[in-house]
Design a protein around this ligand. Structure first.
Ligand SMILES: C[S@@+](CC[C@H](N)C(=O)[O-])C[C@H]1O[C@@H](n2cnc3c(N)ncnc32)[C@H](O)[C@@H]1O
Length: 185
């Protein structure tokens, strides 16, 4: 998908996509540099869009790990399915149903969650339920990494994880915050 098609999809579905530009390669590299996927078995990406971050995650993850990429937009899912990598499972469903899909595939624990979900656009109870279920399934010291364009949702992560580390990244349109949380050991 090119930038213009992404822009159109973003404008058409602004309440769920939350942006009109995909993450820049600089932002994707920065997010990956904050993660450690060595020895991971199960990685989750929420709001995978057209797969820009997905490809970075696939490059960095072990050959025997699985990546579950959740995306509700059917056009983005079509593009994600073009990525031919047996480690990638594209899940055309809401992140709210994380537990159901982990169960179905026999996974009880997640090593790392990458999320670009536009929580600012979602009702508070939905955002809370999604982040709380990620926290529940993360392994001890497992990491949750979230991209946001503002810090309006910072307390959501603080209330669930107890802390949040924030990095500001200018090389993206718009400039973005990366919020990083760990599940206590
Ligand atoms: C800000 S875009 C991020 C796209 C891509 N990851 C990137 O970094 O460019 C957010 C994505 O989350 C998806 N999304 C919104 N609500 C969702 C939900 N409840 N479950 C799964 N995906 C969702 C949107 O369709 C959109 O593709």
């Amino acid at each position: 998908m090119d930038k213009i098609q992404f822009l159109r999809e973003g404008i058409r579905n602004i309440r769920t996509v939350g942006t009109i530009t995909r993450s820049s390669r600089f932002l994707c590299s920065k997010v990956l540099s904050l993660s450690n996927l060595n020895d991971s078995k199960c990685i989750v990406e929420l709001g995978a869009g057209d797969g820009v971050m997905t490809k970075y995650i696939l490059r960095a993850m072990p050959s025997d790990a699985i990546l579950f990429a959740f995306e509700i937009n059917p056009k983005f899912c079509q593009i994600l399915r073009i990525i031919k990598d047996p480690r990638l499972h594209v899940i055309e469903d809401s992140a709210e149903n994380l537990e159901h899909h982990l169960d179905k595939h026999g996974f009880k624990q997640i090593d790392t969650v990458f999320s670009a979900l536009p929580f600012v656009m979602l009702p508070d109870h939905v955002s809370n339920a999604i982040v709380a279920s990620c926290h529940r399934f993360l392994k001890p010291l497992g990491q949750y990494l979230q991209i946001h364009y503002s810090l309006l949702e910072k307390n959501l992560y603080k209330s669930i994880f107890g802390h949040v580390d924030i990095t500001f990244h200018l090389l993206n349109i718009p400039p973005a915050f990366i919020l990083a949380c760990y599940k206590a050991a």
